[in-house]
Design a protein around this ligand. Structure first.
Ligand code: NAP
Ligand code: MG
Length: 490
């Protein structure tokens, strides 16, 4: 098929930031290129924001917050505007999915599902606007009577920083939580995938979010992200990205005791027991790692299989991996798109190479695809051990390591032998075993007989170096609020 014919002209792609209710260029006039990772072609240019632009955006947010342009609205009015935003996004869902595929490379069907998920987040948080509130308690002192109560207030100006692997849905979820809580926002998407976040900013204005409440800036981590985090008028930083950058931001935030939430990396273990239904388990475990070409923070990247089922599982997953069609996300025949960049492609293949050098066996994949774009074949590596770099470190690509375990092994200890703690998978028909292991695993999300299902009303986040705080549900909303207690002497 002619892939190019399905691609919308570049003229419809956004090229300006949203600051103070206006669409603007960088003050320097500088821009940077955005490329399609399936072809390496430049598809758009966007403003290259630096400290001066960040300052404008933060000040616009601060001013709108101090004036109460958003948080002083009745919560049902805020919900109505968020709901309207969701409707506008829904009406433009096809366009958004196209842009996401061009920008990120993921196949159009996945982009469509992600866009739907992002819109769902906005509806979810529109629905819980005003439903997180304070409480009262019986309070008294010697000879004193009180009426005491607590209030939940928006934390102020929130900086939201997102990565490139699920750009629209993550921008929506963070923005929806922050806005539902009443915060004013500055959103900085990843430099590799800024386009759908810019569209979100434009549609937020159209929906009637007051000027200055929702700002979107585009730029690089060091020159735009860092000054955003360091800005004295930012009260809260919500960051999704690598653990390395998360730690840097935590240090910067410490200076003013800024509130922080982190969703970081992972190296999530998946266990297949001898009683698992292998018909369902093998494809589920395969997609638990290969989905989005492995560029998923909770990807099930370390597979442990009971030795009785080991051979069948390894050959089953390898067979699926070998049949996956890599290609341009716009082509309906494509199963999986490329990695985000040439740099990421090199990184992922470097890990496979390190495994080979250490004596591991690459059962399938382990190579790039000839031609343009940053493709890596779905890869299964066996013959690994816990000391190998590719078992210990997050690869963020379509690379699965597989190891057998025996009846007597302490599988929880094997799963927990990592500095990460984002996800874990358990495939078994034994309910007691599933419950016990789910409790014993030090991970924020445990999936039993499925992998990776998420619902935005439930908390999502990581133990240990996988993050701090939770997104989703009341916990996610609460992360954008302060508690205040008022004691009134009667
Ligand atoms: P990254 O390099 O940490 O970038 C994430 C975001 O932070 C980008 O917007 C980046 O901007 C910005 N940034 C970089 N340096 C910064 C600094 N010094 N100060 C402020 N902001 C800065 O991560 P990535 O490589 O793009 O994304 C992959 C990582 O994200 C993986 O480790 C993955 O596990 C993690 N992730 C976690 C979750 C989760 O929910 N737990 C979800 C998705 C991804 P630029 O891109 O413009 O440089
Ligand atoms: Mg980056």
């Amino acid at each position: 098929m002619n892939v190019a014919s399905t691609i919308k002209p570049a003229a419809t792609l956004p090229n300006r930031m949203v600051i103070g209710g206006r669409l603007v260029e960088a003050r320097s006039g500088k821009t940077f290129n955005v490329e399609n990772p399936a072809t390496g072609e430049v598809i758009a240019t966007v403003p290259d924001a630096h400290a001066a632009d960040i300052d404008l955006a933060v000040r616009a947010a601060r001013e709108s917050f101090d004036q109460g342009a958003w948080w002083k609205l009745r919560y049902s009015d805020r919900a109505e505007i968020l709901w309207r935003l969701a409707d506008i996004l829904q009406a433009n869902a096809e366009e958004l999915a196209h842009i996401e595929t061009l920008d990120n490379g993921m196949k159009l069907a996945d982009a469509t599902a992600f866009v739907r998920g992002g819109i769902g987040s906005i509806r979810t948080f529109a629905g819980i606007c005003g439903k997180l509130h304070g409480r009262t308690a019986e309070v008294s002192g010697p000879g004193m009577e009180f009426h005491a109560f607590s209030l939940r207030e928006p934390v102020g100006v929130a900086a939201l920083i997102t990565p490139w692997n699920g750009p629209f849905t993550m921008a929506c979820t963070k923005s929806a939580m922050a806005l539902a809580a009443g915060c004013s926002v500055v959103l900085k998407p990843a430099e590799q995938t800024p386009l759908t976040a810019l569209k979100l900013g434009e549609y937020a204005l159209e929906a009637g979010i007051p000027a200055g409440v929702f700002n979107v800036v585009t730029g690089f981590g060091e020159t735009a992200g860092a000054p955003l985090c360091a800005h004295p008028e930012v009260d809260k930083i919500s960051f999704t990205g690598s653990t390395v950058v998360g730690k840097q931001i935590m240090k910067v935030a410490a200076d003013r005791m800024k509130r922080v939430s982190f969703e970081l990396g992972g190296k999530s273990p998946v266990f297949i027991f001898e009683d698992a239904d292998l018909e369902q388990t093998i494809p589920a475990a395969a997609m638990g790692i290969f989905r989005n070409s492995g560029q998923v923070c909770f990807a099930g990247s370390r597979l442990y299989v009971h030795d009785k089922s080991y051979d069948r599982v390894v050959s089953g997953i390898s067979e699926i991996a070998g049949k996956i069609r890599l290609g341009d996300g716009m082509d309906p025949a494509t199963d999986l798109g490329p990695l985000i960049s040439g740099k990421q492609q090199e990184r992922v293949l470097g890990y496979v190479e390190s495994g080979r050098e250490a004596g591991a066996e690459v059962v399938t994949g382990g190579a790039r695809l000839d031609g343009p774009g940053y493709f890596v074949k779905p890869t299964v590596v066996a013959g690994v051990n816990a000391e190998m770099q590719l078992v210990r470190e997050e690869i963020f690509g379509p690379v699965l390591t597989v190891q057998p375990f025996k009846e007597i092994d302490d599988v929880a200890a094997i799963g927990n032998a990592t500095r990460y703690g984002l996800g874990a998978g358990i495939y078994t028909r034994d309910l007691s075993r599933a419950h016990r292991l789910a409790k014993a695993l030090r991970a924020g999300n445990v999936w039993v007989n499925n992998y990776g299902f998420l619902d935005r009303m439930l908390p999502f986040g990581g133990y240990k170096e996988s993050g701090l705080g939770r997104e989703g549900g009341y916990e996610g909303l609460g992360a954008f609020m302060e508690d205040k207690t008022v004691y009134m002497k009667l």
